[in-house]
Design a protein around this ligand. Sequence first.
Ligand code: TXA
Ligand code: MG
Length: 338
Amino acid sequence: MQTKIFPVSPESLAEAKKIIFDGGVIGMPTETVYGLGGNAFDDSAVKRIFEVKGRPNDNPLIAHVHTDYDLAKIIDYDPPYAKKLREAFLPGPLTLVYPSTGKVSPYVSCGLNTLAVRVPSHKGAQAFLREVDIPIVAPSANISKHVSPTSAAHVYEDFEGKIPLILDGGECEGGIESTVCDVTGDIPVVLRPGLITCEMIAQVVGDCAQYVPDLHSGEKVKSPGLLYKHYSPRCQTALFAAAETAEAVAYCAEQSSLGKKVAILCEDGAKSAFAGYEILNLGSSENEMAARLYSLLREAEKRCDVLVAIEPKKTDGVMIGVLNRLRKACVSVDIPHK
Ligand code: TXA
Ligand code: MG
């Protein structure tokens, strides 16, 4: 199969619509990362997404809709605070998890009794969702565990020959996936940190909890995607805390002496300690670091044998999401899933 990359236009949207209603999947832009989209009502399209991504079949998908889509078509329970969150943050990088009503394919939620719904703000995503006027399930458009894609070229790297079309909407401005927030209980609970932080949510509705999975308790994890090694470049990786510069420098010297090409991923303020090494510069502000993280991880696998990542100093706000991705990308041990 030939994989075409077309900018978003009336012609490419018409072609995308045809593929979707024929049960196919396409690459689509959003403001966070690119998605691999298919018809949420079509069992075989949903199964195809899991298959082409190599995604574990216990990790549920997010349904994407346009701003005027009538949510009552897919959810019924809607607490007043969820409405406030939609008014404050949508369209945008916030996914809300509602009790499911069984309207979309059962394969979307992988046996959970909830459905995650997102309204992306990206203009191209909105145009596509309006064109099809159905919920589109879309995980990040990367092969499972690989680095998430922030450009059409990244999607092509992972899915050339496997999907017919990628809608090119330019580089993603956000850079890390949406905040996933459960709204099935009395207060919102952030399951996956992102650009909309717990503090921002609490400011709007008065309260917000951050879910921290206890990997050792045997508790059923609320958002299964949290468990896996993820977002990883295909090269050797090592991760050091912001205060471990001396250890990181020693490690770089050791790896270089073994003949390996070393690159350093760090914030702008930390780079001076690594003179002589290739620097993959995350920048300075938290939004800049979020926007650059994935494309730099993809650069790393092309340009070095060993990626040495130094955690940025700031650890709150948006950095909770950035650090969450960076740590999972660079852990050397995979946590097996059931
Ligand atoms: O920004 C994003 O959200 C991107 C773009 C393409 O929209 N999509 C994305 O999808 O990141 P994916 O499939 O890579 O990640 C979805 C996350 C996973 O961690 C999954 O476990 C969680 O959302 N999730 C999906 N449905 C859920 C549900 N019903 N309950 C709890 N967590 C859910
Ligand atoms: Mg993903």
